[in-house]
Design a protein around this ligand. Structure first.
Ligand code: NAG
Ligand code: NAG
Length: 262
């Protein structure tokens, strides 16, 4: 009895020591409950892209605290919904390369920026049901707040049954790893762990699908560069044309971002 108490006390002390080590103390940046209600959602996420409604595909993002037609929460699941639109105003995207707008869709970004330093590590994970039809271009990705790149893509399907894990060192020096992605809209778990390399300049990104390690990619000079975390359902662009004539839905649940260290 006494012996077991001593063992318990020793274990408790060991656990305390582990937690006091800043490298091991995990901070929840975005909890798995962030899609449980619009009020919780709005404390962690903002509507559209950080720069507005348009990017390099044919969807213009629509959404606000009073317009949930394309950014929908139900059963703790985020749905981004693209529908064909005609006579968009203005008719072309305001972002390079200014494609014609053919869809209204949804995008959100995390209010907290993500900055990998030599003293921390970030883990991003979630369950994703992503469309794979031609002209559908969903993503879960990190991109530079200041000058681009950094960019690293954890989910990107481009109209085929493949997920693209990408890391950009420059616009032309990019590492892409393609992993089969089923077309049945079933949910699959993706995870990325971002950690500074020993040179305190580059970041290693370890990618997982359904809890199986897939690849490590390396982002040159990504340490100390703030990143936006974005979830969007873009259309056409890199995913081919024409896109679907009906409604397209991209779903995300159990999304979590944690940081260990500072
Ligand atoms: C990007 O830079 C990192 C760090 O130098 C390097 O390890 C990686 O191989 C580079 N990626 C590509 C695609 O060249
Ligand atoms: C669109 O922008 C994304 C994010 O910067 C980039 O990864 C992609 O290469 C661009 N694609 C096209 C077709 O412009």
């Amino acid at each position: 009895m006494l012996r077991s108490i001593h063992i318990k006390a020793a274990l408790a002390l060991a656990a305390t020591a582990i937690c006091l080590n800043p490298a091991h103390a995990a901070t929840t940046v975005i909890p798995t409950t962030s899609f449980s209600s619009y009020s919780t959602f709005e404390s962690f996420w903002a509507y559209l892209y950080p720069w507005g409604s348009d990017h390099n595909g044919s969807a213009r993002m629509v959404g606000s605290s009073t317009d949930h037609s394309h950014i929908v929460l139900a059963s703790s699941t985020l749905s981004l919904i693209a529908t064909p639109t005609s006579n968009a105003v203005p008719p072309t995207s305001t972002a390079n390369p200014n494609p014609a707008i053919h869809y209204a869709s949804g995008a959100i970004h995390a209010k907290s920026q993500i900055t990998v330093t030599s003293a921390n590590s970030y883990t991003l994970s979630g369950d994703f049901s992503a469309p794979t039809l031609r002209g559908t271009w969903p993503a879960f990705w990190l991109t530079a707040v200041n000058s681009w790149p950094p960019e690293t893509d954890i989910l990107e399907t481009k109209g085929t049954n493949n997920n693209w894990f990408n890391t950009f060192n420059t616009s032309s020096i990019v590492k892409s790893t393609l992993v089969a992605w089923p077309a049945d809209l079933s949910f699959h778990t993706l995870k990325a762990v971002l950690t500074a390399e020993p040179n305190n300049a580059d970041v290693k990104i370890d990618f997982y699908m359904d809890n199986v390690f897939q690849v490590s990619q390396f982002g040159q000079g990504f340490v100390n560069k703030p990143l936006w975390l974005i979830i969007n359902l873009q259309m056409e662009g890199s995913s081919g044309t024409p896109g679907p004539t009906g409604t397209t839905t991209y779903k995300v649940r159990n999304l979590q971002v944690t940081r260990s260290g500072s």
